[in-house]
Design a binder for this molecule. Structure first.
Ligand code: ADP
Length: 260
């Protein structure tokens, strides 16, 4: 996946500016940066989600703008942060929708499609509410269902926008572990936006730090998660503590003097 000197604006102000980035097959990449810095937009650009903005985005060396949406969906799964679905679909139906890129027009899902969807639900512990309505489950449960649908899509790359934002500690770890297994065992490329810098450093091989739509620094968690860099980007003093059990980094914001 590659962006070549991409620019993007929704209306007047550019949100992504002259951005070049290569994501290599099989990488596990975290996109980090302050609120509004352009993380979601960057992921949407990489996935060809933003209409009219595809001309400098490539997948497998091919310009996304010349690929059919269905072909693209067999390669790239997109897990948005919010799920604006309003129709009363059952959870199992939502997961089965992950198979749609493989169906010909008007065809029904096969037994194999149903099996793949069931496996994805087992993996994400969503089987127990398979028959409930998607609109009537909690936001954390919805998040796991959307990830199950993306897994059922059997993509080569997954783009995820804050996939753990609504999850408790146990499910955060569970979902990130599932992504790690997909990455390690199936060679899936994972690119996710994440606010939690500690989790980002635990799971990602490479971090992309952005601010105001431009790349600040990229590299291993040790390269990117440095006191001075974070102060510059997040405008706050932090202490960085290394977790010796797995080499990840805990970011502890310094208490502010409320009297000054
Ligand atoms: P992040 O994911 O880092 O919080 P976003 O990519 O969501 O950042 O947003 C980057 C900027 O683009 C913000 O200033 C935001 O207000 C703006 N923006 C995001 N989506 C839209 C939209 N659909 N229309 C107009 N502006 C948008």
């Amino acid at each position: 996946m590659e962006l070549k000197r991409s620019d993007f604006r929704y209306d007047r102000e550019p949100v992504i500016r002259d951005f070049s980035l290569k994501i290599f097959p099989g990488e596990f990449v975290g996109v980090i940066g302050p609120n509004g810095s352009g993380k979601s937009t960057l992921l949407k650009l990489l996935g060809g989600i933003l209409p009219g903005a595809k001309s400098s985005v490539y997948f497998d060396g091919l310009d996304l703008s010349i690929q059919k949406r269905k072909t693209l969906a067999q390669s790239i799964a997109w897990v948005p942060q919010e799920n604006p679905m309003v129709f009363p679909f059952k959870v199992s139906e939502v997961v089965l929708m992950g198979r749609h890129p493989y169906l010909s027009a008007l065809a029904f899902e096969s037994e194999e499609d149903c099996q793949i969807a069931r496996r994805a639900m087992d993996l994400t512990h969503t089987s127990q509410f398979a028959n409930r309505l998607f609109n009537e489950i909690s936001s954390g449960e919805k998040q796991r269902v959307m990830i199950a649908a993306a897994i059922a899509q059997e993509p080569r790359a997954m783009l995820l926008d804050e996939p753990t934002s609504a999850l408790d500690l146990k499910f955060q770890m569970e979902i990130l572990n599932i992504l790690k297994i997909m990455n390690r065992d199936q060679g899936a490329t994972i690119v996710m936006a994440l606010h939690d810098l500690h989790l980002a450093s635990k799971f990602c091989d490479r971090l992309i730090l952005i601010k105001n739509g431009t790349l600040v620094v990229e590299g291993s968690p040790a390269t990117v998660l440095q006191k001075e860099i974070l102060k510059d980007v997040y405008e706050i003093d932090v202490n960085i503590i290394r977790d010796e059990t797995d080499g990840s980094f805990l970011i502890s914001p310094e208490a502010q003097d409320l009297n000054s």
